[in-house]
Structure formats: structure tokens, C-alpha cells
Design a protein around this ligand. Structure first.
Ligand code: ZN
Length: 158
């Protein structure tokens, strides 16, 4: 069956940078609800629309079409004393940005008694290459359409 609005699409993907270095690879297939539900990037949906299981495509996405541009206001320096012990560079924690929104912060640097955090997605500001291969297409259930996401093995659990 063809990928169209309200189909559940299962795929495997690899994300690499412009130089071809692999940044992320799906160990498990991932499933999303097709049709503008915001489950995946619009450009990916666009490329897959009307295709079937077995389809493979390589897409180059600009930062604004993927994880967005970097927001330097999300880079924060805070005293180490505000931190749980054992803070390490590369570690992640959830906190509030200056915009009042919840962000996942990555520890960039520990400098003396200060910790530098970055609330940007690690792929923000990067042009990315997505290798996508569609493994399964099925009609979504009514419940999935109501929820706006896919259930089951590779979908949303709740
Ligand atoms: Zn649900």
C-alpha cells in the first residue's frame, strides 16, 4: 500500500553530516503517523508521500528543516554548586531555558566552579543527510489517528 494521510509508516534511518560521518542510526525501526501530525520532519513526509514499503531515499535537510538553527541564548553558565554531584561533560539534564520552556541541556564544559550548558539539540544548526528506508506501510487505526501517533511495537507506548 502507498503512503498517504493516516497510514502508519515503519522505517529505518541513518543520520549523517554533510561529510558523511554517521551521527545517529536507528537500532530499532521507528514508526510514525503520516499526514502532517508532526511526528517527523515535513520534508521527510513530503519525500515519502505516495511511496511504498521497500522505498529508499537520501535527503539533505537544511537546519531549518530539521532540528532548527542554534539559539545561543540556550547556552548558559551556572555555578557548579547548583548541580548534582558527578556532573560530566556530555551528560544531559532537563531544565528550563530563559524562554520558560523545558529543554534538554547538554553539559558542554566544566570550568573551575562553573558549568556551561547547551540547551540546543545536538543537531541544531547542522545540515543533515537522512538515509531512509521504508519497511512497512499499513492503515492507521482510528485510535492512532485520534491520538496523532502510532501505537504498537515501534510506536508510542502508553
Ligand atoms: Zn496513543
Amino acid at each position: 500500500m502507498k503512503i498517504e494521510k493516516n497510514t502508519a509508516v515503519t522505517l529505518r534511518y541513518t543520520i549523517s553530516d554533510k561529510q558523511g560521518k554517521i551521527l545517529e542510526q536507528s537500532d530499532e525501526p521507528m514508526a510514525y503517523l503520516h499526514g502532517g501530525y508532526g511526528n517527523t520532519f515535513a520534508k521527510i513526509e513530503e519525500a515519502l508521500d505516495g511511496q511504498e514499503a521497500g522505498y529508499r531515499v537520501t535527503l539533505e535537510l537544511q537546519p531549518q528543516d530539521a532540528y532548527g538553527l542554534r539559539d545561543e541564548s540556550l547556552v548558559q553558565t551556572i555555578p557548579k554548586t547548583q548541580f548534582p554531584p558527578g556532573v560530566k561533560v556530555g551528560g544531559q539534564l532537563r531544565g528550563q531555558g530563559e524562554d520558560g520552556q523545558s529543554h534538554v541541556f547538554t553539559v558542554l564544559k566544566v570550568k573551575g566552579d562553573k558549568v556551561i550548558l547547551d540547551g540546543n539539540h545536538p543537531f541544531a544548526g547542522k545540515a543533515l543527510r537522512f538515509n531512509v528506508s521504508v519497511t512497512e506501510v499499513r492503515p492507521a487505526t482510528e485510535e492512532e489517528v485520534t491520538h496523532g501517533h502510532v501505537h504498537g511495537a515501534h510506536g508510542h507506548h502508553h
